[in-house]
Design a binder for this molecule. Sequence first.
Ligand SMILES: NC(=O)c1ccc[n+]([C@@H]2O[C@H](COP(=O)([O-])OP(=O)(O)OC[C@H]3O[C@@H](n4cnc5c(N)ncnc54)[C@H](O)[C@@H]3O)[C@@H](O)[C@H]2O)c1
Ligand SMILES: O=C(O)C(=O)C[C@]1(C(=O)O)C=C[C@@H](O)C=C1
Length: 395
Amino acid sequence: MNLLKAPPASVRRTPTVLIRGTGLLGTSIGLGLRADGHEVLLSDPSATAESIAADIGAGRILDAVDQADTGPGGPAVPEIVIVAAPPEATAAEVSAALLRFPDAVVLDIASTKAEILQLLLAQVRDEDAALTEADLRRYVGTHPMAGREKSGPVAARGELFTSMPWVVCPAVDPATGVQLSAPEAVAWAEEVGRRLGATVHHMDPARHDESVALISHLPQIAASLVASRLQQAPTSALALAGNGLRDVTRIAASDPGLWVQILSSNAAPVVEILYGLRQDVERLISTLEDPRAPGRQADIAQLIAEGNSGVARVPGKHGAPPQSFAVLTVIVDDRPGQIAAVLNDVARVGVNVEDMRMEHSAGHQVGMVELSVLPGRRDELAAAMTDLGWKVVLS
Ligand SMILES: NC(=O)c1ccc[n+]([C@@H]2O[C@H](COP(=O)([O-])OP(=O)(O)OC[C@H]3O[C@@H](n4cnc5c(N)ncnc54)[C@H](O)[C@@H]3O)[C@@H](O)[C@H]2O)c1
Ligand SMILES: O=C(O)C(=O)C[C@]1(C(=O)O)C=C[C@@H](O)C=C1
């Protein structure tokens, strides 16, 4: 069915979805939409990626019979196509999907948005290309602000998007600001995000790219730069690594191939931010070259305080105001089933866990399950867990 002529997205329907590109993101979306009752078709140039995605339950492979498109009553025809390909392949895949499935709404989820739209608009303007402005009515760019430092379908998680932002960037004509995506297509782009449990935000492609330069691309660069300092570090120094290093470097394990594409397509706003960072680093270097000279201690304190005020502005879950959670740590034996047992007992007490982290104590057969809860519930949970026989540490 053509979703631009169908009942609105808010009406409960489960359109058939084709996912083109079944890596980490495509497979995670497939798992999430399958759990929501959608029929999901999968397609990837890599037969391995496609069949792993199908094996772990993200959908079924778009096969030769589907591709023959035998019309009504025949094999499934996608009503929504989600392009989850690498950024540099995205515009071509979006364009191919718009042409091949002339009734489908086509979304992409690439990490940058302006360049993809530019490439699509260039095709529309190119008289030799088949794509028209009417086709673009069915296209909407989106960007799930959720991912992992791992790639490929094996790393996929159906719950990846729960409570995370899902940015919807309707296509706009950059010269006039006129929206090119049809409102019905935009409504389906939002609905897909909501059905995956995400929180929907709207932004035009250029503002989106400026925003992610700061909140996504800068953190990746910072993590990579810090972690690259570790390459020559003595093993004895690395053995001392605590949570500080782990918190700052998790995403340094991200795929270089993906990040070459992301940073290249958003270089200008990233460079602007790096100029500011360079100034701060230079200021800190000269301060620390003589840290006891007059005014220098205040300078160091100011730099750390500026970080305090920046981090205090990072919102909590569902885009809620910044919230700091209270943490309690439950010490468990390092054996199977312990985390499940802890969470079971927390559920019995009736306290919602906002975040959880597992740490192992080097050289000891114990693990530490760190539970973040609303500050007002921490003491109650600690008391109840202690009564249930757990060893609880408050931090
Ligand atoms: N990784 C993240 O954290 C994250 C988060 C949000 C958005 N994204 C975006 O999602 C997209 C996919 O990223 P990923 O992390 O799933 O990467 P991935 O490497 O895990 O998967 C990419 C998949 O695309 C396939 N592919 C390659 N060329 C293709 C083509 N021409 N057409 C269709 N598929 C093709 C690959 O075979 C692979 O299976 C990227 O555009 C990325 O910017 C990634
Ligand atoms: O959490 C991670 O591992 C991510 O890589 C997520 C992250 C991000 O910066 O938030 C990375 C790039 C994507 O475009 C979107 C999400």
